[in-house]
Write a protein that binds this ligand. Structure first.
Ligand code: ASP
Length: 466
């Protein structure tokens, strides 16, 4: 990521420049490109629809197209390389505990703030009616998607895919299904005859490397893609709504900020034994990518690369924790859901006692696990939480207008949370972080150039004999 481009400027700097210029020019045209009645000029709409929108989408799609193969390959390889069931069980349990624990802390921060500030209590009746009218249609469409996501035993049964190819081919993909299948493939590889197992491992590693190559191409487009994405969002954004919902937006952003720079910094310092300032400096490319794409999935390739190359997380650990995290560990989303449910309850005068708020915490964590890592992926699941505590589902119309901005910020926290977990797991497995890559290769539990293998043994037995 730090390579220089033809202008002599590092790619990092160029992407950051794209972000800042995109935001500034987007806000400028949002304010200036209006007719006498204050309506956006048709020319602006033309540019957004035909120029900046498509450029942004091409960049996003270049990243997204690598996600399914990358998740599948890196998880399967990660699991196979982590070795026996003992290792896998220990690392898996720690990872899940970290995910659930950090998401619960996030929602608790959010709920505390929303109960203290009470942003929904004074929302004027006129604003409420106006927002319901403007975004009611969009809310209705989201509710329809939500109906397909009814929470129950089925939710857990569906984690086991009937057809993994179908899980991969959906849009957004059914990542829990892909993950389940990849985990089994990884475990299965360790049980194959060594020769076969190594062959499969090499093929899957090759697939991973191939995706890294494609991501490299996408990253060349990143400064322009990031500019286009941010420009399109800010130029279209309803800044008036931002003012109307100022208190709510403030509570969500404050919560995200507190968890990112307070909660996660504390975890990085105490569990990963890293200086939080050094940590945030190293992950800035991830922050920019997550912020501009609003997609944990699209940011996954960058997270893996930065975790391995900048933070020194060993490849099998990054390959195991980060694909899981991109789907299951969404600290920002959980916090956002908790705050939003209580906010909308306040707006509609629904009393939520301690028991109901405990349900909100639990459901926010559970639905954050199931939310797709794409822009707005959590909205259908948010509807489910609202319904569970008797807040009208259609009330999401109130927040839809500001959701993109909040999505950019919560996705950033989601992804940073995944990387903090990867550093914690690496540290707890005895690895030194921030080491050059060469030192890591030596410490790789199953080196890529596997030694001559006996056709009789399995990969796992061979490793046990090492
Ligand atoms: N956009 C979020 C992500 O990809 C999901 C969401 O909260 O809507 O992490």
């Amino acid at each position: 990521m730090s390579e220089s481009t033809t202008t002599g400027m590092s790619l990092h700097t160029k992407i950051l420049l794209g972000l800042v210029l995109g935001a500034l020019s987007g806000v400028a045209v949002n304010v200036l490109a209006r007719d006498a009645n204050g309506k956006p000029l048709p020319e602006l709409d033309w540019v957004l629809t035909n120029v900046s929108g498509p450029v942004g989408q091409i960049y996003l799609r270049m990243l997204l197209m690598t996600v399914v193969p990358l998740v599948f390959a890196s998880l399967a390889v990660g699991v196979a390389k982590l070795g026996d069931f003992g290792n896998l069980g220990r690392i898996g349990a720690r990872t899940m505990l970290y995910f659930v624990g950090s998401m619960a802390i996030a929602v608790a921060i959010g709920l505390t703030l929303v109960n203290v500030v009470q942003p929904g209590v004074g929302l004027p009746e006129a604003t409420r009616t106006e927002l319901m009218r403007t975004f009611g249609g969009e809310a209705e469409a989201k509710k329809e998607t939500a109906d397909k996501h009814k929470f129950g035993v089925e939710t857990f049964v569906k984690i086991v895919p009937r057809n993994p190819i179908e899980s991969m081919a959906q849009m957004p993909p059914d990542m829990l299904g892909v993950i389940f299948f990849a985990l089994l493939v990884g475990v299965g590889i360790t049980q194959l005859r060594a020769e076969r197992g190594q062959l499969l491992l090499q093929v899957l590693e090759g697939v991973g490397d191939l995706m890294v190559f494609i991501i490299g191409l996408a990253m060349k487009l990143a400064p322009y893609g990031v500019f286009a994405l941010i420009f399109t969002v800010t130029a279209r954004f309803g800044f008036d709504i931002l003012l109307q919902l100022g208190k709510y937006v403030f509570v969500v952003l404050l919560g995200l900020g507190l968890h990112m720079f307070g909660g996660l910094s504390l975890l990085v310092w105490s569990l990963s034994k890293l200086n939080p300032l050094v940590f945030f400096g190293k992950v800035r490319a991830v922050i920019i990518t997550a912020f501009s794409t609003s997609s944990s999935s699209a940011t996954l390739p960058t997270s893996i690369k930065i975790s391995e190359e900048e933070l020194g997380v060993p490849a099998p650990i990054a390959g195991f924790v980060l694909p899981l995290g991109a789907t299951m560990n969404m600290n920002g989303t959980a916090l956002f859901e908790g705050v939003t449910v209580v906010f909308l309850a306040q707006v509609f005068g629904v009393q939520l006692g301690l028991a109901e708020q405990a349900i909100v915490i639990m459901l926010s964590v559970l639905t954050a696990v199931g939310a797709a890592g794409v822009p707005g992926g959590s909205i259908p699941l948010l509807v489910m939480v609202l319904t569970a505590v008797d807040v009208p589902a259609g009330s999401i119309a109130i927040i839809i207008g500001v959701d993109r901005l909040l999505d950019m910020c919560r996705t950033t926290l989601n992804v940073v949370g995944d990387i903090t977990c990867a550093t914690y797991i690496a540290r707890s497995e005895g690895y030194d972080l921030l080491q050059p890559k060469a030192a890591l290769a030596a410490a790789d539990p199953l080196p890529r150039e596997a030694a001559a293998v006996s056709p009789e043994g399995t990969v796992a037995e061979e490793r046990a004999a090492d």
